[in-house]
Design a protein around this ligand. Sequence first.
Ligand code: G6P
Length: 369
Amino acid sequence: ENLEKGDFDHFMLKEIYEQPAAIQNCLRGRLNVEDLNLDLRAVRENLDTFKNASRIIIVSCGTSWHAGLVAEYWIEAMAGIPVEVEYASEFRYRQPVIKPTDVVIAISQSGETADTLAAMELAKSKGAFIFSICNVVGSSISREAHAGMYTHAGPEIGVASTKAFTTQLICLYMLSLELARANNEMEDFTYWNNLSELAVLDKAIEQVLSLNDEVKELARDYTESTNFMYLGRGYNFPIALEGALKLKEISYIHAEGYPAAEMKHGPIALIDENMPCMVLANCGAGRDKIISNMQEIRARKGEVIAIAFEGDTEIAESASHVLYIPKTNEMLSTIVANTILQLLAYHISVLKGCDVDQPRNLAKSVTVE
Ligand code: G6P
């Protein structure tokens, strides 16, 4: 096991650091950088089904569900196809309306999660087209689907999902772009721009990994915290959920993710000097609104750690600490910002002496109900 971990103390940290390579593996054979186009065979071969889809339903659990939530924003914004995202465990039992014109996307790292498998089987029995996004080649979900993509993240050992989530998002981003093109919703120039950014995303992640020491230092301030709030708007809202999940999974600190604007409908009542808030301020359109949320927290003595784009020095005026990430387009910046949240959860967990790779009560793959 120590050999497999190489220079790293834990699998989780190793897997966080493997993300640039995992992204490259996920893009290999799919993104053609010279001609700036994508070739997603499983999508190409079923293009009519996707084009004629009345809606897309995404079913998944845990971190994979968060990837689905991000994809809902991306697919609707880019391709104009209605998307619903469902917890597989709810979907399978709530007598959902499923039509043969529905496309169901099952997202699963392991490809073995019982609820996700059951949800897709239900949809399949109602005539829907099933598309899988899995990491484990030959897994049950990938075999049950009509078509699918593998994330090619390589084996993920740490129970808390990191590189698998990142590559799920890469697959979903490529899928969104292809569907946008198929539906004539995206101009050439925008498409090429997106692909150029995707091609260098691994470099942005590498740059963020160089913040590891800064994040570790910051983590020291929060080992005694018992609560944490994560806030984000738009594409960053699901990342707030994922950041909070990561922290609670491995450090056992209670954490909640919320859409920043919902704060005033309840969570703001919780804010005081003992409620650190991680704010995803790496955004374009909603930036001013995020800044006012940060000010509202500060006015109630809450501590704000912000993630912002390099150069956005104004954010520092309303935060106790800012972690700067390289500028990418807003959609892809979710992946970059999430890397910071992974590192923060990791370091808090290590400093608290928790079992990072095998957190209590959790299993890597949940094959029973
Ligand atoms: C478990 C794991 C999570 C994972 C979830 C869904 O709860 O601990 O990390 O996100 O299952 O797993 P899947 O393999 O379907 O993505």
